[in-house]
Ligand binder design. Structure first.
Ligand code: PLP
Length: 408
């Protein structure tokens, strides 16, 4: 008898985006003439940088000639891209990352979801709350999260790292032992960022407890404050205890194009039951080469073009555009008397709605025809908050804020 992985039945259905879609559709049906402005979903809205498009075209033309055609490439990514990443994204900032520690993939979602395969099912996993749901659900699927507890609204087997206004949505170190720690800075959904000193505390904790940090830096490109670290490897001792995830999705508008990468330093280890240290680089290499056949050549060429002088200038402009939207939203919401986090080194503004998340969502939708994301969808600590995303045109952002200003 073929049996299912019953852990899948422990997953809590995520009604968040389908609920949003239903409410938006109902509103549009009742108000066919109203222009809805969507500041909910975290998807980019502007075109790919011209340098990337040019590289994509050129690489496609290469594929059209027998003499330059390429079939399967290295699963870990082509050297031209791995070298550009190591040099521009890490070495240029004083972080020691070598090209052969870069694993190119089709998404940080897949990588942050797949990485847990390397670890024992007995591991104690710590996740932030509010949280990017992939970290939780992939551990539920694997059987590491235990049962869903209706009374607490959480999984019994996970350790939740609470974010709140008091700690600025930078969770404190856990008070019970944990083995695997997910961190995300700049954070989705809260937009909070961590200083070097704050990351150092986590690295020191991981070193002292033989734990491992999974550091999701998908929004790294939005950091403009020169004092903030872009990579966990800017922190002393991180190479032994941290894996970092990056993506071209938000950096360069690759959400539909798909290219990302994961850094697994050679020193980074996890342990066998008897305490033997095993390098994770070899394990991830084995996993990646067994289950993944590489990102397509034209897409890797397009990604590498991000690091060309033209690409760098275009990406800077792109990020600057969204950051300008974010600043505008944050200023307007603050002026209306709402406490905000994020929006400065992040495309997300996390707003204390001073009421139930969904009630605030409904108010913005029904009275202003603006779509946001209710914070409760990201975990218990998100209740009472909403997330507004800066991914839209400045004109739409301006209009949305004018409408919100009129009803709040
Ligand atoms: N990590 C975080 C925190 C995200 O918010 C997202 C996308 O929204 C991702 C990873 C996924 O990135 P990718 O498009 O590379 O799969």
């Amino acid at each position: 008898m073929i049996r299912i992985n019953e852990n899948y039945r422990k997953l809590q259905s995520s009604y968040l985006f389908s609920d949003i879609a239903k409410r938006v559709a109902a509103f549009q049906q009742a108000n066919p003439d109203k222009k809805i402005i969507r500041l909910g979903i975290g998807d980019v809205t502007r075109a790919l940088p011209k340098a990337c498009i040019k590289a994509l075209h050129a690489a496609t033309d290469e594929m059209a000639r027998d003499s330059s055609f390429r079939g399967y490439g290295p699963e870990q990514g082509y050297d031209f891209l791995r070298e550009a990443i190591a040099q521009h994204d890490f070495q240029a900032r004083g972080a020691n990352v070598q090209a052969d520690e870069v694993f190119v993939s089709d998404g940080a979602k897949c990588d942050t979801g797949n990485i847990q395969e390397l670890f024992s099912l007995d591991c104690k996993v710590a996740v932030p709350d509010p949280v990017y749901p992939v970290y939780v659900d992939t551990n539920v699927m694997a059987g590491r999260a235990g049962d869903w507890n209706k009374a607490t609204g959480r999984y019994d087997g996970l350790v939740y790292l609470d974010g709140n206004q008091a700690n600025g949505f930078i969770p404190a170190l856990p008070t019970q032992p944990v083995d695997l720690i997910y961190l995300c800075f700049p954070n989705n959904p809260t937009g909070s960022t961590a200083t070097k000193a704050q990351l150092q505390q986590w690295v020191d904790y991981a070193r002292a407890n033989q734990a491992l940090i999974l550091f999701d830096a998908a929004y790294e490109a939005f950091i403009t404050d020169p004092a903030l670290p872009h990579s966990i490897y800017e922190v002393e001792g991180a190479r032994e205890v941290a894996i970092e995830f990056r993506s071209f999705s938000k950096t360069a508008g690759f959400t539909g194009t798909r290219c990302a990468y994961t850094i697994v330093p050679k020193e980074c280890v996890a342990y066998t039951a008897s305490g033997e240290a095993v390098p994770l680089h070899a394990l991830w290499n084995r996993r990646h080469t067994t289950k993944f056949n590489g990102v397509s050549y034209p897409i890797q060429r397009a990604a590498a073009a991000v690091f060309s002088p033209a690409g760098q200038a275009q990406v800077k402009e792109l990020i600057g555009y969204y950051l300008n939207n974010a600043k505008y939203i944050r200023e307007k919401m603050t002026a209306l008397g709402y406490a905000c986090i994020g929006g400065e080194n992040s495309p997300y503004i996390w707003i204390d709605g001073k009421t139930d998340s969904w009630a605030f969502f409904d108010k913005l939708l029904n009275a202003a025809a603006v779509v946001c994301t209710p914070g409760a969808g990201f975990g218990k600590c998100g209740e009472g908050y909403i997330r507004i995303s800066a991914f839209n045109s400045f004109e739409n952002v301006q209009e949305a804020m004018t409408r919100i200003g009129a009803i709040l």
